[in-house]
Design a protein around this ligand. Structure first.
Ligand code: ADP
Ligand code: MG
Length: 405
């Protein structure tokens, strides 16, 4: 009923529950004349009304599964007590049919199936009792058309099942949509904030780097100082690289135009840039590209995409291992594969790829793949990961091919 709460306010809940309690007490008062005094049956009826009333009133404070189950079980006891205690009031038969709807109110799938099964068994036992023991003496209205009544009761249960199933799946969908909207809003806010911070960092970094470059050319400094300046400039370049990655989060380079790009040329230029990086950790990059591979994409973004993917493959590989990059035409598509025999990933890790700030590296930003996924999506391509923990990863990127002419 938590969901019910978020829509209907507390006051409406209490008014409805008080109405139900008043109706139950009214029924209790009337039953004294029907039962001709205070009997054991009346005692059971009274106890049920008392327990259910208390449960309904305190439920908002204890919205637990166990408490919901207690309410449903009390509902069973109460409605079946009414059915057997007041056989002349034939409407109690309708109440029995409606017992599973209590679980609909709670929107609890487990409880709903539980009450459906339990109610099915109890109804069957009731009909057996009416056929074999009662034989139409008290429950004449049911015995008169036993099969017809049974069909009606089954139909009512199927209807309840449908109502529950449809509203439950619709609610789940809405909940998922709501969560996605919330997540998107959160990401947008983070992206804007980080972009603002990144922008503020870039300006002082540029100034400091400019001075360092001047000092580097200044003959007043000796070689060892100049080497230190070079190191500082390299570190500042890394800062700038990271901040520009942050900036692309809020500004997805909308003004970059797509052009005809020869995959082979770009792959060669990217791998020659990255091969010195790979050499540092004693890794090697092998490329094998077919000639006529042309796609429509922005060169800068395509380079950024390949750099991120190949860099990840190198970083996942142990010393001495090679990363293989292939590109070939497959029907109307150009398929680029980056294969490594590195650390690999579990299924859950693969599912998390592309999530902003998801990184298992101590110095990772966790933004690379998010940017890659955005680039692939922007140009209508596809990206797939096939990975086995401890055995390596194959990334397949697919773009529509363009004819060379
Ligand atoms: P970063 O490289 O900054 O960590 P990425 O978005 O590029 O961020 O990658 C996110 C994470 O995905 C990495 O930290 C790594 O754990 C995992 N990953 C990506 N590519 C591979 C790969 N080829 N092999 C193993 N793990 C990978
Ligand atoms: Mg990366």
């Amino acid at each position: 009923m938590k969901e019910l709460y978020s829509q209907v306010n507390r006051r409406t809940y209490y008014i409805s529950m008080l109405t139900i309690i008043v109706l139950m007490v009214w029924g209790l008062i009337l039953s004294t004349s029907e039962l001709k005094g205070i009997t054991i049956g009346y005692g059971i009826h009274f106890t049920c009304v008392a327990i259910i009333s208390v449960c309904l009133l305190i439920y908002p404070k204890y919205e637990t599964y166990v408490f919901r189950k207690i309410i449903i079980m009390m509902g069973f006891v109460y409605f079946y007590t009414l059915f057997f205690l007041y056989p002349d009031t034939w409407t109690t038969y309708i109440l029995i049919c409606l017992i599973p709807s209590l679980a609909i109110l709670f929107f609890d799938m487990k409880l709903f199936y539980f009450s459906m099964v339990l109610n099915g068994i109890l109804i069957l036992m009731t009909f057996v009792y009416i056929t074999l023991i009662d034989q139409g003496q008290v429950y004449t209205y049911l015995h008169y058309d036993l099969v017809g009544n049974l069909i009606n009761i089954i139909a009512s249960q199927v209807l309840l099942f449908l109502i529950f199933h449809l509203s439950f799946s619709r609610m789940k969908k809405q909940q998922l949509y709501y969560e996605q909207v919330q997540q998107a809003e959160r990401l947008k806010m983070i992206a804007n904030l980080t972009a603002a911070v990144a922008h503020e960092i870039r300006n002082p970094v540029t100034v400091v780097r400019g001075f360092l470059q001047l000092y580097q050319q200044d003959p007043a400094f000796d070689v060892s100082d100049k080497n230190k300046f070079k190191l500082m400039i390299d570190e500042l370049n890394t800062v700038e690289h990271i901040t520009s990655q942050f900036l692309t989060l809020s500004k997805p380079n909308g003004d970059l135009k797509p052009e005809r790009v020869n995959v082979k040329d770009v792959l060669h230029s990217v791998t020659s840039l990255l091969s010195s990086y790979a050499m540092l950790s004693d890794n090697h990059i092998d490329i094998d590209v077919e000639e006529d591979c042309t796609i429509l994409i922005n060169t800068i973004e395509f380079k950024q995409l390949l750099m991120n993917l190949i860099k990840n493959a190198v970083e996942a590989s142990e010393a001495g291992m090679s990363v293989s990059v292939t590109a070939r035409r497959s029907r109307h598509y150009i398929e680029i594969r980056i294969i490594d025999q590195g650390s690999g990933m579990s299924e859950d890790e693969v599912k998390s790829l592309g999530t902003p700030f998801y990184s298992l590296k101590s110095n990772g930003t966790g933004l690379g793949l998010m940017i890659c996924f955005n680039i692939v999506k922007k140009y209508g391509g596809e990206i797939h990961y096939h990975s086995l923990k401890g055995h390596g990863t194959t990334v397949t990127v697919r773009f529509l091919a363009v004819n060379d002419n």
